[in-house]
Design a protein around this ligand. Structure first.
Ligand code: NAD
Ligand code: MLT
Length: 306
């Protein structure tokens, strides 16, 4: 079978596929006609978030059995088109959860203590000690929007650092929130009003697109927002304006509506918005784990196993 890999994944995953006797072709950064031609004779396609697996891809790939997503989010894959073409879509839901949670915590601290801003100034020879007065997480309230795998890992970590936890997730039970010492609230506004820090952990769905916009930012007010989930959940121009005018104290973003981030994005000009280029899952352990899990999913699909 031929496996086409269009976003870089760890060697361990590629080796697992080759050991099983399959042909593995890597073609990174392909899009448009080049992608359609590369996928034409593929039996499996393996991606991360960089490949747009559109309906055209499924139409061009008549022998495709499975699209393996070496990570969690499948919003870059047209699931309806996959279903119409009888192609399995399988993600790797566990391997990068802790990496994403740790990055979220790191981003919360970076925002609250202005670490990247102070770093840049010190590297430029400026001792700007008196310009930065940070905020402690201890004793503050963390609002968690989306209490699935990553949200729960963030709750464990920041709860242990002295934060009170308030959760908004309409699809989980009160008992689940209780297990983490968190209070489940029924309305997003209740979470926004109470939180000093807000972390977002939902998938990007029609229902979550733009769920944090002008009104929600106003309600949240003078705190820090971290989004290591998906771009598009927070309205970017609204966030840039709210941080610029001081309505919101600061933000840290790992994910963007358009990736790579456009150089003229309004987010780039606001000093109290910290940006990383979708690094949440980028640890050696996470990448090895999701690559191997994805390879196993591809092998199972080739063997017609569930
Ligand atoms: P998950 O499916 O385990 O959890 C998502 C949670 O969101 C669920 O509990 C669900 O009930 C909740 N949810 C759905 N709609 C909601 C809504 N309207 N309001 C509030 N909650 C809602 O997913 P996960 O593994 O925890 O991943 C969370 C997000 O993080 C995903 O978007 C994923 O793609 C992203 N992610 C990003 C990185 C990165 O590199 N930055 C790494 C891993 C995961
Ligand atoms: C994910 O949803 O798992 C993330 O986008 C991680 C990634 O593949 O970069």
């Amino acid at each position: 079978m031929k496996v086409l890999v269009t976003d870089p994944i760890a060697d361990a995953g590629l080796e697992r596929l080759r050991e099983a006797g399959h042909e593995v072709e890597t073609a990174y950064d392909v899009a448009g006609e080049e992608l359609l031609s590369a996928v034409a004779d593929a039996n499996a396609l393996v991606v991360r978030s960089g490949t747009d697996v559109s309906r055209e891809v499924f139409e061009a790939a008549s022998d495709l059995v499975i699209v393996g997503r070496a990570g969690i989010g499948v919003d870059n894959i047209d699931i309806d088109a996959a279903t119409d073409h009888g192609v399995i879509v399988a993600n790797a839901p566990e391997g990068n959860v802790r990496a994403a949670a740790e990055h979220t915590v790191a981003m919360a601290f970076a925002a609250a203590r202005s670490i990247p801003q102070a770093h840049v100034r010190l590297k430029a020879g400026e001792w700007a000690k008196s310009d930065y007065l940070g905020t402690e997480v201890n004793g503050k309230t963390l609002g968690i929007v989306g209490f699935g795998r990553v949200g729960q890992e963030v709750a464990k970590r920041l709860g242990n650092l002295g934060m009170d936890l308030v959760v908004y997730d309409p699809y989980i039970s009160e008992e689940r929130a209780d297990q983490f010492g968190a209070e489940l609230v029924e309305e997003l506004d209740a979470c926004l009003t109470r939180a000093d820090f807000l972390t977002i952990h939902t998938p990007l769905l029609p229902e979550t697109r733009g769920m944090i916009s002008d009104d929600e930012l106003e309600t949240f007010g003078d705190g820090y927002i971290v989004n290591c989930a998906r771009g598009g959940i927070i309205d970017e121009p609204a966030l840039a304006a709210a941080v610029e005018d001081g309505t919101v104290a600061g933000a840290a973003l790992d994910v963007f509506e358009e990736e790579p981030l456009a150089s003229d994005s309004p987010l780039a000009d606001v000093d109290d918005i910290i940006l990383t280029p979708h690094l949440g899952a980028s640890t050696e352990a996470a990448q090895e784990s999701v690559a191997v899990d994805t390879a196993e999913q591809v092998l199972a699909a080739f063997d017609e196993e569930p």
